[in-house]
Every structure is written in structure tokens, then in C-alpha cells.
Design a protein around this ligand. Structure first.
Ligand code: ZN
Length: 563
């Protein structure tokens, strides 16, 4: 690629290295390596200069992102001819020249990634902002046509919260309670930053910015909680976790799982299990476990409902079937598959959805399993995440991969204590996002960047970075969570109430409570309102106290505030 008078000529026409054939050259002399490195840097720098010097009012996709994409394609195709010989060339001089080239190019990588002029032109594009703001206007118009006062109220009609006033009350109450702990955490981050600035001889202006947050929050985990993640992972081999997890779910819910031999599956590594009621022996459903990555497979962890547990046209019950799909590394004969603790949590969470599908005994398909209110669907799965923060189940799911020894108590204690790391700030951020979503969807039109900036400053105490618009990459707003982002916090509050008020009190592995939970919550699917199920299972109105207890915030009885 070359740039002449600002116009871009395609990579193929000039450099030759991007040809569809393999034209990589391994006979470059040290002098040629040095020369080509400088030429490559110059070419790429010219492309970035072109973008960086554009009139900000005239930016478009073609003269910014496309130019950079072409430059990156050229760079990727040209770099390795220069930096790879350092590892393999038989000639010492070539290896030295290649090592130098690698260093030059690495310095250049840092330089181009920090170009403020290019950054300003890219954020000036604001393509998503225009789309999102148009979407907000159209949604508001549609809601009005359907007789709703706002898009949020249209979306909320079929949820537990029912309307935007209830969501606002819920978020305000959470904010009131979380603000003090958030403030303490902010002060602590500031003190870390002050020390850091002093050590590095930098000016300290007493402010935390958006870009400081991940860096100092990570430091808090290391300084305050000191969980040795490298050590911890050695105690969670996938087979041990799977065996422990399945046995906990069986004991808790009164079920028996049996692997089906020679089952009809879509890949050799997939296993099918039959699920029976452990008292009656009746087969109530089946689930697949597809746990390892492979070419072309879905890249995240999720539960897929495949057949609903409802009545058929003949009045007979259909067998519910679901699949858990995940991407845990496959163990080999020489190396085990070891899970990070957060992966164990994900496994527990998704399997909670599988059980919601499998235990379903509804009349109609449209209410079976996880087909419940959006702000209730995560309650059962989030509730079950609590088991990976308790000693007894953690011991059942772990063993050292080498000698089978149990996980040391001190490691467990540190892990469990770390659950509250940065909890105030992380939850306040969820409130910011929930409030931004609600504000945007209760208006006829909105300045999306300004609305987010206001909530970020007011609630989190962190100013939005000037010239950016977080909502333009807030994919939930265009991915089915519009007006409903609060559901994550809402579900968590109620899942904590269930866990602390029943399981933690009566025994986290108490089969009596587990069976009652299966009958009242899991079997009903969406055929009963979430709030009704909660009241039946709790024996009272649900409240927020357990959520705060879990976040390390306790309160006196007189302050208690039921929701
Ligand atoms: Zn989930």
C-alpha cells in the first residue's frame, strides 16, 4: 500500500506480500531487514498522518477506519518477514538485525496506538450515536402508538417491576445504601493513585478518571485480598469440578443423573445425561453437556432449551431437554484442564439454567423453564452461584490435579473474602448503566452522551471522558435489554434473598429446602408470577437486606426496609 496525495491504493497492488500465494522471503540480508523496517514504519505512519490531519468535520468511514484497516493489513503481512528470522535464521547477523527490527516495530506499535489526533477523528465518527439516538426516537413513537407513556413502560409491562417508577424507586434505594461504601472505595483508590504518582514523580490532581478505574481496582484485589490465582487454579481440574457440581445439584434438588451410553449427539465430545427423580425413579428430562471448544462452535457459555417440559396435545407430559454449551479447555493425557474460579462460577450459573429447564412441569410450552419475566430469569442461576463462594461445596468441587490433596483453608478463606472486592464501585456502575438505560427510554429523544455523563458523575463520582460516548458501545441497548438493563441488579437482589433467608439459614446442602425450591420455583417456570413464587418460597414479601449482607454491608433491624 502507498499513499499518494492522501488516496489509498490497495495493498495487493504494491506490496506483493498480501498476495494469495505465499511470497514470504527468508533470504533478506541484515541491511535489507533494516531498510524494509524503516520503509514499513514510514508507510504506516503516513496512513495514520493522513487520518490524523483530516478536517474533523469531514470524517467518514472511508477516510478513517478503512484507511487504518488497509494500513493494518499491510503491516500484518509485512512485519513477520522482519521479526521472525530472529528465532530461526541460521545466520547470526540476520538474527541480530531481526531482533533490532522487532524492537523498532514494538516501539512503533506503542506510538501509533497512542495517537491522540487519530483517536479524535475516530470518536468524531459517532456512527453508533446517530443510530442509537434515532432508535430511541422510533421506540418512543412506537410505544405511544401502542398506548404507552414511554418505551420503558412498554417493555416493563410483562416484568416483575411492572413500570419505570418502580424501577426508579428500586435503583434509588440501592444507590442510597451503596453510596457510602462506594465513597470509601473511591477514597482508597485515590490513595493508591496518590502513592503511585509520588513513586513515579507524576503530578497528582486528586481526581479519579475512567481510565484509572480498571488499573486501581485490580490493585485493590492484589493489595487487599491477595488471592493467589495461579495456586488456586491447580485445585479445579474440570473433571473434579464437573463431578462435584453434578453431585451437589443431584443431592440438593432430589435428582439422579445417569450418563446415556452411545447417545445420539452432534459431536463425539458431547455427553447426554438422563435425569430421574431420586424418590420416584421417574425420568423427568435429559441434558447434554458440550463443554470443550472446537472449530466453528459458539464461543461463550450458555444454556439452550431444546424441548419444553409442558403437556402435549394428548395430555401427556413432554420430556424437557436442554444443552449446556461451554468452552473449557479439553484435558489431554499429559495436561489437565484447570478452571479459574470465575469459570467454576459460570459453570454453576449456566447449569442453574439447565435445571430450570429440566425441572419444568408447566401446562403450556410458552411458560416452560426459563420463559419467565426478564427481570426474574437470572434469579435461579444467580442464586446457585452462591455455592461457589461457600467452603463445603467448594471442597466437594476441588482437588489438587497432581496429588489429589484438598484445597488449603487459607486459600479458601482468601478467595471467599475477595468476593466483596470493589463491590461498592462495581454495583454503583451497574446503577449508572441501569439509570442511563431508563433515562434514554423514558424520553422521546435524548442526547445519549450527556445522559450517561450526568449519571456517571452524579452516582459514581467519575467524569465521562470528554468526546466519548459510552452508550454508543453499550450493546444491551440494541440487543434486547432496552429498558431492562436493571434486571441484572434486580435478579441479584432477589436471588440473595432466597439464598440467605432459606439455604444459608437451613443448610446450603439441605435437600428439604432444595426440593421445595425445585417444586415452588423451578417447576412453575413462567406459569406463576416471579413475585408470587418468591413470596411462597420465602413465606413473606421479598426484601433487599440479604443483598447488602452479601456485599459486606449489614444494617440494624430498625433500618430495615422491605421492598
Ligand atoms: Zn444467566
Amino acid at each position: 500500500m502507498t499513499l499518494q496525495n492522501g488516496s489509498v491504493i490497495s495493498t495487493q497492488s504494491c506490496s506483493g506480500t498480501a498476495d494469495k500465494n505465499n511470497n514470504l522471503r527468508w533470504d533478506l540480508s541484515p541491511e535489507e531487514i533494516r531498510h524494509q523496517t524503516q520503509r514499513l514504519i514510514l508507510r504506516i505512519k503516513q496512513a495514520y498522518d493522513t487520518v490524523g490531519s483530516l478536517d474533523i468535520g469531514k470524517v467518514c468511514f472511508e477516510n478513517t477506519l478503512q484507511v487504518i484497516a488497509n494500513a493494518k493489513a499491510d503491516y500484518a503481512a509485512s512485519r513477520h518477514v522482519l521479526d521472525f528470522p530472529q528465532y530461526v535464521s541460521p545466520c547470526k547477523e540476520v538474527r541480530v538485525a531481526s531482533t533490532e527490527a522487532d524492537k523498532c516495530l514494538s516501539d512503533f506499535d506503542v506510538e501509533v496506538s497512542m495517537r491522540a489526533d487519530v483517536f479524535q477523528r475516530l470518536i468524531a465518527l459517532q456512527v453508533n450515536t446517530a443510530i442509537l439516538e434515532q432508535l430511541i426516537e422510533l421506540r418512543a413513537r412506537l410505544a405511544k402508538l401502542l398506548g404507552f407513556s414511554s418505551h420503558a413502560n412498554y417493555m416493563l409491562e410483562m416484568t416483575m417491576a411492572k413500570n419505570s417508577e418502580n424501577v426508579a424507586r428500586f435503583l434509588d434505594e440501592l444507590y442510597r445504601r451503596l453510596r457510602p461504601v462506594g465513597e470509601q472505595e473511591r477514597q482508597y483508590l485515590l490513595s493508591l493513585k496518590e502513592d503511585d504518582c509520588e513513586r513515579r514523580d507524576l503530578d497528582f490532581d486528586g481526581q479519579l478518571y475512567a481510565w484509572d478505574m480498571p488499573y486501581y481496582m485490580n490493585q485493590v484485589e492484589q493489595v487487599k485480598f491477595a488471592v493467589d490465582k495461579d495456586k488456586l487454579i491447580e485445585y479445579f481440574p474440570l473433571e473434579v469440578v464437573t463431578e462435584g457440581l453434578l453431585s451437589i445439584y443431584q443431592d440438593l434438588l432430589g435428582l439422579t443423573f445417569q450418563q446415556v451410553e452411545d447417545a445420539h449427539v452432534w459431536h463425539d465430545s458431547v455427553k447426554l445425561y438422563s435425569v430421574q427423580d431420586s424418590v420416584t425413579g421417574e425420568e423427568i428430562g435429559q441434558f447434554y453437556l458440550d463443554l470443550h471448544p472446537r472449530e466453528g462452535k459458539y464461543g461463550h457459555a450458555a444454556c439452550f432449551g431444546l424441548q419444553p417440559g409442558c403437556l402435549g396435545h394428548d395430555g401427556n407430559r413432554r420430556m424437557p431437554v436442554a444443552a449446556m454449551v461451554a468452552n473449557f479447555t479439553k484435558p489431554t493425557s499429559s495436561w489437565p484442564s484447570l478452571l479459574q474460579h470465575h469459570e467454576v462460577e459460570t459453570f454453576f450459573h449456566e447449569f442453574g439454567h439447565v435445571m430450570h429447564e429440566l425441572c419444568s412441569r408447566t401446562r403450556y410450552a410458552e411458560f416452560s423453564g426459563t420463559q419467565v419475566e426478564t427481570d426474574f430469569v437470572e434469579v435461579p442461576s444467580q442464586m446457585l452461584e452462591n455455592w461457589v463462594w461457600e467452603k463445603e461445596p467448594l471442597r466437594r468441587m476441588s482437588r489438587h490435579y497432581k496429588d489429589g490433596s484438598p484445597i488449603p483453608d487459607c486459600l479458601l478463606d482468601k478467595l471467599i473474602a475477595s468476593r466483596v472486592a470493589n463491590t461498592g464501585l462495581m454495583n454503583l456502575r451497574q446503577i449508572v448503566l441501569s439509570k442511563a438505560d431508563q433515562t434514554l427510554h423514558t424520553k422521546d429523544r435524548a442526547d445519549t452522551a450527556a445522559e450517561f455523563a450526568k449519571h456517571s458523575k452524579d452516582i459514581l463520582g467519575i467524569p465521562a471522558t470528554p468526546g466519548t460516548n459510552m452508550t454508543a458501545s453499550f450493546s444491551h441497548l440494541a440487543g434486547g435489554y432496552d429498558g431492562q438493563y436493571y434486571s441484572y441488579l434486580w435478579s441479584e437482589v432477589y436471588s440473595m434473598d432466597i439464598f440467605f433467608s432459606r439455604f444459608k439459614k437451613e443448610g446450603i446442602l439441605n435437600p428439604k429446602v432444595g426440593r421445595e425450591y425445585r417444586r415452588v420455583v423451578l417447576e412453575a417456570g413462567g406459569s406463576v408470577d416471579g413475585m408470587e413464587m418468591l413470596k411462597t418460597f420465602l413465606g413473606r414479601e421479598p426484601c433487599q437486606d440479604a443483598f447488602f449482607q452479601c456485599k459486606g454491608l449489614t444494617q440494624t433491624i430498625t433500618e430495615q426496609n422491605s421492598h
